[in-house]
Design a binder for this molecule. Structure first.
Ligand code: NDP
Ligand code: 8X3
Length: 272
């Protein structure tokens, strides 16, 4: 080996080591599908190490194997965000090198059922309230102290157009997302002195497994909201998350509403 080649190889290795040392870590809840999965894929391409979470262990392992092909490190945590004991155990189990979390994407969430309030199904209501509000709070309560210790961080809450407006039959889902909207504002005040940014992202219709979950596995009903329009994809929303996260330290996107062009507000679509 020529001397110049030797220095070149050493320099390359040094750069790789430096890159690994400087790599940031993002924790994404609900990474097994839709917006969360697409966000994990985009952040992996941008050299972020990832902690991916969800309840479906097989999907997490499959995603980890794919993401690692980008040369990043991936840790999976399988738990239900509705169970605070599971949330705390999962975050407490993080090895030291994973405890510096730079970005938290509070994405896990769902809508279940679509009824007038007098016909509401209590179990549906509880699933939405426990996941979208309490789950998001449990995760934030467990992760925020790790960010505070480092005096830096970014919390991205996936809200919805349903957090800005209400639509017929959307009552409880809309209420949970209005709560996310309020929590984003509250967290931003609480986190201010620690230099931790809080971004609230509010998408309109995104074609994911969301509608299948809302209609409890009925594929025909699940397809209806997207008929005649070009909805957003999980990757489209991931782009907006990446936009907010990739800005310089002194700029914070507080609130971002992102809609398909064919959707004017929570309930008005142009189905051409
Ligand atoms: P998906 O159904 O495709 O993904 C939802 C994700 O949340 C899954 O990874 C699921 O993982 C996870 N999740 C759900 N419940 C729990 C739980 N109890 N514990 C842990 N993880 C859970 O839907 P989307 O990607 O569309 O939804 C992501 C977020 O975006 C949600 O908060 C949703 O409200 C919001 N949103 C969606 C829009 C849309 O039109 N699709 C528009 C606006 C906002 P697993 O089942 O493996 O646990
Ligand atoms: C999910 C989209 O249209 O149900 O938040 O509000 S919508």
């Amino acid at each position: 080996m020529k001397v110049s080649d030797f220095f070149c190889v050493n320099l390359q290795q040094k750069n790789i080591n430096l890159k690994i040392k400087n790599m940031k870590t993002t924790l994404i809840t609900g990474a097994t599908s839709g917006i969360g999965k697409a966000t994990a894929e985009l952040f992996a391409k941008n050299a972020y190490n990832l902690i991916i979470t969800g309840r479906r262990a097989e999907r997490l392992e499959e995603l980890k194997n794919n993401l690692e092909k980008s040369g990043i490190e991936v840790l999976t945590l399988c738990f239900d965000v509705r169970n605070n004991a599971e949330v705390e155990a999962a975050i407490n189990s993080l090895p030291e090198k994973w405890r510096q979390i730079d970005v938290l994407v509070n994405n896990a969430g769902l809508a279940v059922g679509l009824n007038h309030v007098q016909d509401g199904v209590l179990d549906d209501w509880e699933r939405m309230i426990d996941t979208n509000i309490k789950g998001l709070l449990y995760i934030t309560r467990a992760v925020a102290p790790l960010m505070i210790a480092g005096n830096e961080g970014h919390i991205v809450n996936i809200c919805s157009i349903a957090g800005k407006e209400v639509y017929e039959n959307g009552n409880v889902y809309c209420a949970t997302k209005h709560a996310v909207d309020a929590l984003s504002k509250g967290m931003r005040v609480d986190m201010l002195k620690y230099g931790i940014k809080v971004t609230n992202i509010c998408p309109g219709a995104v074609e994911t497994e969301f509608s299948l979950v809302r209609f409890k596995g009925d594929k025909e009903k699940a397809a209806n909201p997207y008929k005649g329009i070009m909805p957003l994809t999980g990757s489209d929303v991931a782009l907006t998350i990446w936009f907010a996260v990739s800005l310089p330290k002194h700029i914070c996107i507080n609130d971002l509403v992102v809609m398909p062009t064919a959707q004017a507000n929570g309930s008005t679509f142009y189905r051409g």
